[in-house]
Design a protein. Structure first.
Length: 264
């Protein structure tokens, strides 16, 4: 960003932050944006603090890291998590430093396989952040800048970084969830007698509101299909366990049962 000569003293402060929403899956990884309370106070939102906080966040047994972006599609996905939520020019730390590369992917920097810089960036040999607000200095929303001044320290109106993106990559532990809702449709292919799909309003971590029942036994599948159809036809609440496994964008289901719906 713009070059400045202002020095910022790092002082101890209580770090406070909140994720904008639950982590969202993209391909095989999960991502979230974390907004920091009073990001310009002391070390609340330095790049180093953000890196430490990201590393300490855990999702399904996997520790996070500051996000690494390898493609335009991944960059667009990250930006979609915050699109339209902020006015003016605002930033979110990524896991890189220009020109070295990604610092959070291993013991040594990884090269930038994809570059998302906007305007005249990079121009300061600094830590990388994404503009998550409106276009400014030729840097459009979703494009990157490298910071200036005291590098790694956000400064309002210069490098106004207000949070950071976290990426979770690894072998995720399943976290089964009991869900319930009105069934909006049921679908079974004649060629697949051991599985069928249904939908409720609540979304799953596979990226949809579609759930799949699968079994190696046709009789078990038919029995579960009858239970789901009962809920669908009579407007009853269906309760089931989302096993946290995905079949494409369908969440695999077990333990379906009908909970009688009582109109208010």
């Amino acid at each position: 960003m713009k070059s400045i000569n202002t020095s910022v003293a790092l002082i101890s402060a209580v770090f406070s932050c909140a994720a904008l929403a639950s982590p969202v899956k993209y391909n095989d990884n999960f991502y979230e944006f974390v907004e920091v309370t009073e990001p310009y106070l002391g070390n609340n939102n330095t790049w180093q603090t953000a890196e430490q906080e990201a590393n300490q966040r855990v999702l399904k047994g996997v520790n996070g890291r500051l996000a690494i972006v390898d493609s335009q599609a991944e960059n667009d996905f990250l930006y979609s998590l915050v699109t339209g939520k902020y006015t003016g020019f605002k930033g979110a730390w990524l896991g890189g430093y220009s020109p070295e590369g990604w610092l959070t992917g291993g013991t040594s920097p990884l090269p930038f396989n994809y570059l998302g810089f906007g305007g005249s960036e990079p121009n300061n040999s600094g830590y990388v952040y994404m503009n998550i607000g409106q276009s400014s200095w030729g840097i459009a929303g979703g494009q990157w800048a490298d910071d200036s001044g005291v590098q790694g320290v956000p400064v309002d109106n210069v490098d106004p970084v207000i949070g950071y993106f976290v990426e979770y990559e690894g072998e995720f532990l399943p976290t089964p969830t009991v869900r319930a809702g009105l069934v909006s449709y049921v679908y079974q292919l004649d060629t697949l007698p051991t599985e069928f799909d249904f939908s409720i309003a609540e979304s799953n971590e596979c990226g949809s509101s579609i759930y799949r029942v699968k079994s190696s036994d046709v009789n078990i599948t038919n029995r579960k299909f009858a239970i789901v159809m009962q809920a669908f036809e009579h407007g009853d609440i269906l309760e089931f366990t989302d096993t946290d496994e995905c079949d494409h964008n369908r969440a695999i289901v077990s333990n379906v049962k009908v909970v009688k719906f009582t109109a208010q």
